[in-house]
Design a protein around this ligand. Structure first.
Ligand SMILES: [Zn+2]
Length: 225
C-alpha cells in the first residue's frame, strides 16, 4: 500500500506500540497525527457518512482518539479515562437521548458488564442518532472468550470479542438495527470491523448505502422497519 494518512494527510510513518509493524510488514503509526491502522480504518467510515452532515449534531466520545474531528460537530463531549471527564460506560451520567452520536472505540472490552454498557449507549443516543462501536479486531478469533475478570496481562480486558459480538449486540438490544462494517486502513490495508447501532431504519439504510458507495463493506442486521 502507498497512501497518505486519511486523517492528517501525512505520508511519514513509524513503528507502533512496542515497536510493532503492521500485518503487511509496513510502519503503522502516522508521525503527523499519531494514528494507527484502526483509527484510519474507522476514519474512512466517518468520511463516508459525511462530516459535512454533522454540523448540527452533538457527539459523545468515549476515550479520545483521532477517528473524529471535534470541529465537525455542534458540540463534542469526551470521556477520558483517569480524568474528571471520565464516565462509567455501565451507568452513563447523561440523560436519555442526550446526544446524536456516540463514538466508543476499544472501550467495551474494559468494562465488567458489557450488556449494561450497550443498554446505556442505546439509552443516551437520540432516536435518529447512532452509536459507532468498535473493539479490538473481532475477526481474529472464532468466538468471544470471557475471562471473568479484568486481565492485567491483557491490557485490563474482561474478554476478547469474536465475530459473535454482533449476536451479543442484537440480543442485548433487540430493537436495534446494526450495520456491520468492514473498513480497511488505506495506508497498510489492514482490515477491521466496526458496528453502527441505531433505532432508526432510515439512519441504518442511509449509512449502509453511503458505505457501499464508498466501497466499504457494510451489511444491515436486526429488525426491519
Ligand atoms: Zn495522520
Amino acid at each position: 500500500m502507498n497512501a497518505t494518512c486519511p486523517i492528517c494527510g501525512g505520508a511519514e510513518f513509524t513503528t507502533g506500540p512496542n515497536g510493532r509493524l503492521s500485518p503487511d510488514g509496513t510502519l503503522p503509526r502516522c508521525t503527523g497525527c499519531r494514528s494507527l491502522e484502526r483509527h484510519r480504518a474507522y476514519r474512512t467510515v466517518f468520511d463516508a457518512l459525511g462530516p459535512d452532515r454533522f454540523g448540527d449534531r452533538t457527539v459523545l466520545q468515549f476515550s479520545p482518539d483521532p477517528v473524529v474531528e471535534p470541529t465537525w460537530f455542534k458540540a463534542h463531549d469526551v470521556s477520558e479515562y483517569g480524568t474528571d471527564t471520565q464516565l462509567d460506560l455501565q451507568a452513563i451520567d447523561r440523560p436519555d437521548a442526550a446526544v446524536d452520536i456516540v463514538v466508543v472505540n476499544h472501550v467495551l472490552e474494559h468494562v465488567e458488564d458489557d450488556e449494561a454498557a450497550l443498554r446505556e449507549l442505546d439509552r443516551v443516543v437520540k432516536d435518529d442518532g447512532f452509536v459507532f462501536l468498535s473493539v479490538p479486531d473481532p475477526a481474529r478469533i472464532p468466538a468471544t472468550r470471557h475471562y471473568g475478570r479484568a486481565r492485567e496481562d491483557k491490557h485490563g480486558h474482561w474478554r476478547v470479542y469474536g465475530p459473535d459480538i454482533l449476536t451479543r449486540i442484537s440480543a442485548t438490544l433487540p430493537h436495534a438495527k446494526i450495520v456491520a462494517i468492514e473498513p480497511a486502513d488505506p495506508v497498510t490495508g489492514a482490515p477491521d470491523r466496526a458496528y453502527l447501532i441505531t433505532r432508526s431504519g432510515a439512519v441504518a439504510d442511509d449509512a449502509t448505502a453511503r458505505l457501499a458507495a464508498a466501497g466499504i463493506g457494510a451489511s444491515l442486521h436486526g429488525r426491519t422497519a
